[in-house]
Design a protein around this ligand. Structure first.
Ligand SMILES: *[C@@H]1O[C@H](CO)[C@@H](O)[C@H](O)[C@H]1NC(C)=O
Ligand SMILES: *[C@@H]1O[C@H](CO)[C@@H](O)[C@H](O)[C@H]1NC(C)=O
Length: 434
């Protein structure tokens, strides 16, 4: 029992902040779990929860209906409820004073095997909707439509986005404008420097435009959810652009890492292999993302795909680092042998910086943003999105700036003094390595 409670707690806390609330339809079939978490939502003081339960059937129709019901519970109270259950202070989560009882099955007027319930939540906080079944070995089947929203202050319109996420459509829209501006600037810049433009610079342009389109669709998708509670605005377009953006961004990192079109016009076999690993994995990652977004959190399917997504993402992030490391190694060796120390040192410095920036970018957008998401209050959930988008923007700007087309190519114009200084430094570095 203790173990299953512990795992319940884990499920509760691990995945809590990730779901985007909207109207959900859930089918429960012959389920005897004592606790079934549904969905979570950040309520303001004008929160509403509407439950429409139909096709309700119990394996033992004579069971005590007062031990079945829905409640809302915050993450903190849940810890205390678990403690109460552990100490036998209460025998059923529904009896705890710490949860907000929404509906007990004995107190609701049912017509046939269905009922409706609207619940007003006036205590602002982040809640999870949970179904409790405190009758041993009782199997419950039902179809549940749950919708949670806040009423907008003045107009009284429904806002289906959780309290901390309600400004996200605007955030995504602002960022998409930034990227469109960036794309226009880049086109202008490429035109000005058209004599020194490589193919990779057009690839960079494509990545920026896809990122802008992706953000625009995300803004529209979120705004559609905000207004209607359903995720079928521009979600298909959003998934398509997410997919293209993911693939092109990783490909760009690999191509720059290999020095393709800067240092050499072709890819080596092992570098092609990295692309052959990363691109299919991105396909998997995007499928996982779609399933995660479209299914109910807490479900087994959801958890599995979440794990698949995390695993694939980690593999892709590690894989893109290899080509940069190989380039650094090749440049180091070239610096020792071909006598053009200054030129090679410059390239070497550039690739080392790039390596560090890619690692920082990956670390920030995966680890720091996740930590932010976990520690910030539900009201400021949007801050982790803003932080991730700023980090991404900084990464794009760095990449564009460092690898921009240059009329005065630093790779070739060097004087003797610089050459000597560089040779000196390389020698120093070698001594440190040994
Ligand atoms: C629930 O609401 C629907 C739609 O308004 C209605 O058709 C249905 O009869 C209601 N059910 C109950 C049990 O009141
Ligand atoms: C759900 O229940 C509410 C009443 O609580 C009712 O107004 C609404 O129409 C119902 N929706 C559906 C789809 O049955």
């Amino acid at each position: 029992m203790a173990i299953s409670r512990f795992s319940l707690l884990l499920i509760f806390s691990l995945f809590l902040s990730l779901s985007s609330a909207e109207i959900r339809h859930t089918k429960i079939r012959s389920d005897s779990r004592p606790i079934i978490p549904f969905d979570e939502f950040g309520f303001t003081n004008t929160g509403r929860l509407v439950l429409n339960v139909s096709d309700l059937s119990l394996s033992n129709p004579g069971a005590d209906h007062s031990k079945l019901g829905f409640f809302l519970c915050t993450r903190d109270s849940w810890l205390h409820v678990l403690q109460q259950l552990e100490n036998s202070a209460v025998s059923c989560a529904l009896d705890s004073g710490l949860v907000h009882g929404v509906v007990l099955f004995d107190s609701v007027s049912k017509s046939g095997n269905s009922f409706n319930k609207t619940y007003e939540e006036t205590n602002p906080d982040q809640y999870t909707l949970v179904f409790a079944n405190c009758v041993n070995n009782l199997q419950v089947s039902m179809s549940v439509r749950s919708s949670m929203y806040n009423l907008d202050g003045k107009s009284g319109t429904r806002d289906y986005l959780s309290a901390g996420r309600t400004i996200l459509p605007r955030v995504y829209f602002m960022f998409s404008l930034l990227y469109f501006a960036l794309a226009i600037f880049w086109i202008h810049f490429l035109y000005k420097k058209r004599l020194t433009v490589f193919r990779i610079h057009f690839f960079m342009l494509a990545v920026v435009i896809l990122k802008a389109l992706n953000l625009l669709c995300e803004a529209e998708d979120k705004s559609y959810i905000k207004r209607t509670g359903s995720a079928h605005g521009w979600d298909v377009l959003f998934y398509i652009f997410s997919f293209l953006k993911g693939i092109t961004l990783f490909t760009l990192i690999v191509l720059i890492g290999t020095g393709w079109s800067f240092l050499k016009p072709y890819l080596q076999n092992r570098e092609k292999k990295v692309l052959m690993i990363v691109i299919p994995l991105q396909v998997v990652a995007n499928i996982a993302q779609v399933v995660i977004d479209e299914t109910r959190p807490y479900g087994q399917e959801w958890i599995t795909w979440k794990q698949v997504f995390l695993l694939v993402d980690v593999i892709c992030c590690c894989a893109v680092l290899f080509p940069i490391v190989w380039s650094i190694k090749i440049l180091r060796e070239a610096a020792r042998t071909d006598g053009k120390a200054a030129v090679n040192l410059m390239k070497l410095t550039l690739f080392r910086q790039y390596y560090i920036v890619v690692i920082c970018y990956i670390y920030f957008t995966r680890v720091i943003v996740y930590a932010l998401e976990t520690i910030t209050s539900y009201r400021y959930m949007w801050t982790s999105v803003v932080a991730a988008e700023f980090a991404t923007l900084a990464f794009y700007l760095f990449t564009g700036y460092k690898f921009k087309p240059q009329a005065h190519n630093p790779y070739f114009a060097v004087d003797d003094e610089e050459e000597e200084a560089a040779a000196e430094q390389l020698k120093l570095e070698d001594e440190f390595e040994l």
